[in-house]
Write a protein that binds this ligand. Structure first.
Ligand code: UTP
Length: 292
């Protein structure tokens, strides 16, 4: 039996401006852009629920209220669908248990670390998960479930990592790996946000999933600006190394960086190809386009 405090809360920072997707994200939050027919935020919430998370905390900002609407009951829509005898099962994952979704506001997007800190009162004194919805993680089990399983073994703080070509590391948070615990679990000796390629301690990047101890909130409290002039979560986590256990889990599955346009297109294609209801048709379309 695990001795760890269970992970019941997850923070979803969704207050970013999504400038890479303008003009699409002028009026629509990036997190509601769909991969095939499910918005990005839905994939992340489903992944968290699969891992046993009960409380969903959205850190929102201006223009992001549609995200909360997505998880509400759409009374007129449901009444009309019922009247017309339509299958309503697609709406099932959008139904939140009353009281399970909490929002806090990040008034100014000062960075990911600042967004997480905005949730401190709700997180309280419990370890908690963080999921960045624009990183789409596809696996069985899902990434957060894999992390919770590792957390039950080692406790402390955990991040999911994956390997990228060395030349790409400067866009990400990078780990300096410590002792390896198993094939998929390693200690983290250091962390650095967006290092120059030549100075990167490895090609293992942080991939948008975290399980952190509540002490990170106190570290963030006094955190100055880091890379890109933003308050970086990576900098706060780096300060915790040495004081608390810190591990990285290599995710067994596929990850799509849906914060970038090419990653978004890749995710759309990959997931459409995997679908039973359309995979074959999409494959034929892709082949036809490639033959041109
Ligand atoms: P990104 O670095 O992808 O930034 O944030 P962004 O604003 O969403 O997108 P671009 O770069 O302008 O296109 C990673 C995650 O952190 C959240 C974002 O919503 C996203 O989920 N975030 C970022 C915040 O909630 N607040 C911030 O101040 C910054």
């Amino acid at each position: 039996m695990s001795q760890q405090k269970p992970i019941k809360k997850a923070v979803f920072p969704v207050a970013g401006l999504g400038t890479r997707f303008l003009p699409a994200t002028k009026a629509i939050p990036k997190e509601l852009l769909p991969i095939v027919d499910r918005p990005l935020i839905q994939y992340a919430v489903d992944e968290a629920r699969e891992a046993g998370i009960e409380q969903i905390i959205f850190v929102t900002g201006r223009g992001k209220t549609a995200i909360v609407e997505h998880f509400d009951v759409a009374f007129e829509l449901e009444a009309t669908m019922k009247e017309r005898g339509k299958d309503m099962s697609v709406l099932e994952p959008t139904r939140a248990t009353p009281g399970d979704i909490i929002t806090v506001r990040q008034q100014v997007p000062l960075g990911l670390g600042h967004a997480i800190w905005c949730a401190r009162a709700i997180v309280g004194d419990e370890p908690f998960a963080i999921l960045l919805p624009d990183e789409l993680m596809v696996g069985e089990p899902g990434c957060m479930k894999q992390m919770v399983e590792a957390y039950n073994e080692v406790g402390g703080n955990l991040i999911s990592v994956l390997e990228v070509p060395q030349k790409e590391v400067s866009s990400y948070g990078v780990i300096a790996p410590g002792a390896s615990v198993s094939d998929t679990l390693t200690e983290v000796a250091g962390l650095v946000e967006k290092p120059p390629v030549a100075e990167a301690p490895s090609n293992k990047i942080i991939s948008g999933r975290y399980i952190l101890q509540p002490e990170v909130m106190r570290t963030l409290e006094n955190q100055g600006k880091g890379a890109g002039g933003e308050i970086q979560l990576t900098d706060a986590m780096a300060k915790m190394i040495g004081n608390q256990p810190f591990h990285a889990v290599t995710f067994a599955g596929s990850r799509y960086d849906c914060g970038s346009k090419t990653g978004f297109v890749e995710a759309t294609l990959a997931l459409a190809l995997q679908r039973e209801d359309m995979g074959e048709e999409v494959r034929a379309i892709a082949e036809r386009l490639l033959a041109k």
